[in-house]
Design a protein around this ligand. Structure first.
Ligand code: F6R
Length: 243
């Protein structure tokens, strides 16, 4: 696992955008894995700038989202599909139907999860998966205790994650959904390059466990230690728990 410490989220975003630009130059129809939350926002800003400047094109790319809340109305601004459209897809030249996410409003949620796994496999797998990390060590919404062999499935969000995400729902934890569909840890580990971004002191303990802890479902992100090509980009605060 490669650990890179940078002075700011913007400096991290430049390095991640460089990796995505290189990938798309070599493979214009690359498959990207997209994360939501705060961590990738600077990356999406940088990619939008580079796309507008003609440095990078997503016209032939495809993208798969990590996760989705269950039960949010289709037009809810915090539905992850809408967040990705707002923060990324609408600002670059990727065709709208080239971006897919798990269907958190499907009548048959297990069938939707199986269909999502099949869609990722049919696309040839993910070339570069962007990740954030939760304060409890989750990646996607694989909360502590998640099977290291898990695939896309229904999960219950922990009280900690719902509290962390209340800021996206006007600070009201009661409005944060209780369930989600999420790629599993084994799904994520199938991607060819994992790129995790973490900033801020609140992530320091999770980052310490990710990089220096024992691989365990207690801190799900630790599975990344077994990945042959994983890059972790941190600011000084997120790196402050490293020895
Ligand atoms: C979101 C996701 C989550 C977030 C994590 C960190 O798609 O998969 O694992 O990456 O909760 O969230 P932020 O970046 O908001 O701190």
């Amino acid at each position: 696992m490669e650990v890179v410490i940078q002075p700011s989220a913007e400096a991290i975003a430049v390095l991640v955008a460089d990796a995505i630009e290189r990938l798309l130059a070599a493979k214009p129809d690359a498959v990207l894995g997209l994360a939501t939350g705060s961590s990738p926002l600077a990356v999406y800003d940088e990619l939008a700038r580079r796309c507008a400047a003609g440095r990078v094109s997503f016209a032939r790319a495809r993208a798969f989202m990590l996760d989705e809340y269950v039960g949010l109305p289709a037009d809810h601004p915090e539905r992850y599909r809408n967040v990705i459209d707002r923060e990324f897809a609408s600002r670059v030249d990727i065709p709208p139907d080239a971006v897919q996410g798990p269907d958190g409003n499907a009548e048959d949620l297990p069938a939707a999860c199986a269909a999502y796994e099949a869609a990722i496999a049919d696309a040839g797998g993910v070339d570069l998966q962007l990740l954030g990390i939760g304060t409890d060590g989750h990646i996607a919404f694989n909360e502590p205790g998640s099977s290291l062999a898990s695939r896309t499935r229904l999960k219950t969000l922990t009280a900690q994650t719902r509290a962390d995400n209340a800021r996206f729902f006007g600070g009201d934890v009661g409005l944060v959904p209780r369930h989600c569909l999420t790629q599993g840890l084994a799904t994520i580990m199938s991607a060819r390059h994992l790129v995790l971004v973490a900033t801020g002191r609140a992530k320091a303990e999770a980052v310490h466990q990710l990089v220096e802890g024992t691989v365990s479902a207690r801190w799900p992100a630790t599975i990344m230690q077994h990945h042959p090509h994983a890059t972790v980009l941190l600011d000084d605060a997120a790196a402050s728990g490293l020895q």
